[in-house]
Design a protein around this ligand. Sequence first.
Ligand SMILES: Cc1cc2nc3c(=O)[nH]c(=O)nc-3n(C[C@H](O)[C@H](O)[C@H](O)COP(=O)(O)OP(=O)(O)OC[C@H]3O[C@@H](n4cnc5c(N)ncnc54)[C@H](O)[C@@H]3O)c2cc1C
Length: 530
Amino acid sequence: MPDKDTYDYVVVGAGSAGAVVAARLSEDPSTSVLLLEAGGAADADEVSIPAAFPTLFKTRWDWSYTTTEQKQLCSRRTYWPRMKALGGCSSMNAMIYIRGNRADYDTWRDQYGAEGWGYDDVLPYFKRAEGNTRLGGPYHGQDGPLHVEDRRYTHPLSEAWVESAVASGFKPTDDFNGAVQEGAGQYQVTCRKGRRCSVDRAYLQPAIARDNLTVRTGALVSRVVLEGGRAVGVAYLLGREERLAYVDREVVLSGGAVNSPQVLMLSGIGPATHLREVGVDVVHDLPGVGQNLHDHPAVPLVFHSRGTTDLAEHNNLVNFGRAKAMGSGPLVSNVGESGGFFRSREDLAAPDLQVHFAPTGFYDNGMHEPSTRKLTVAPTLVNVASRGQVRLRSTDPRWHPDIDPAYYDDQADLDAMLAGARRLLETVRTGPLARYVDRPFRPEQTAPSDGELVDHIRRETQTLYHPVGTCAMGSGEQAVVDPELRVRGVDGLRVADASVMPMVPRGNTNAPTIMIGERAADLLQGKGTR
Ligand SMILES: Cc1cc2nc3c(=O)[nH]c(=O)nc-3n(C[C@H](O)[C@H](O)[C@H](O)COP(=O)(O)OP(=O)(O)OC[C@H]3O[C@@H](n4cnc5c(N)ncnc54)[C@H](O)[C@@H]3O)c2cc1C
């Protein structure tokens, strides 16, 4: 084994991509890997029990980011939870298993020059990761480490929403990740027998005993150490102490869409003018770092319900015990149980909107005390035109950067969201769901005008937790990494996480990020190149 502070690879961040990269690289016993994670172990019951994920928000598990004032959201600063622990956001997310649309990956290739990332190229990596308990055939893997299953609990309201969506014109589907994405149905979840299957559970824990894999928690990477245009290691803070770790081969940044550009900029790699402004010595002027930030905005449409229950009222010790001991009962709900994909305009080639339906009042990023019972249907914009940025506020790595997702800065996004909200109000009035709907809660009008609906959108839009794009892959001037995920102009340094997506896929981003981790591991080993 090499000297204890030198490894073949150092991977920064044990999230949806980083944990996969470290676990896959360490399958080769002759390769040594150091995985550095700012947070700790993800060992709380609230990580395992699916419905408990919002209770992790604003706790020690959470980076608890806040965006800049959003001009189009009544100048609100919006809250962004991100998990700070092994597994990253896969230890906190809502477990919905979605890959995106074929058109997304073909656009990465054709529009951004991400050669090797078209749908037919990435499908084998989705399948390699996937252990689906129901679906097989050309689109699904059944032997991969990431367990995907039909949820073990579905609230009757979620069944009713799907029937109502179908009654109002959606096609029913039992597979959003097959040949056709459009339609309405129940989401499959990344769970194993009713408990969360994060990348910590799926990839890291099975690998952690390997002699050639070192996992260090509580280690905040502050910069990449560069010598003569090459990454030779990283500096990190362990408590108040600064330490160094060196590489014989490469450094891989997997800190996610907020933190990877932050670490690059702290290392002097980024837009030169901005770096000088904050007092960082410029090592390599790379204008795209931190740019191209975008996210999926979601708008809760919340109703008082009747003749049924609210998921939140099942939150008691008995159900907690059932979920913990047996992986059964209402708390194995992932909250956003059902949904679908649709188009805001007939002339679009692919869906631009997704639905998340929750059998509870889910707004302001959480469930609420069920003083009155509620249900929520949330249009979510998945093909986003607006672009924002992540910028440094300080040279201190512990300071949160400025995060500006620029929600609705492009009017097309607001127009699409308005059309989506209108369309989903129909699903609530049609079919079996209608008899469970007592009266509107937010917005409060029974038949809101366009103006009232736009007001509601501005007041209630929140993140769907899918920021991407800040170290975009491609071949243009704004690209930060090339299609092999190498930072342009710097040797020995790659980025592998959601930040490399040049355009967010139409759907939830965990499975696509795991796919990136799988492909990054191949690229690092010289496999899968073109
Ligand atoms: C509340 C919530 C709900 C979501 N729901 C879903 C869902 O249902 N389905 C879905 O598909 N997706 C969902 N997502 C999104 C999905 O989980 C993320 O897109 C994905 O996990 C991002 O992976 P990543 O590897 O880019 O970053 P992360 O998973 O965030 O990993 C980054 C890791 O790096 C660590 N780190 C950061 N900076 C440093 C540093 N300087 N030094 C050391 N370590 C560092 C972090 O602590 C973290 O562990 C959700 C996300 C959230 C937050």
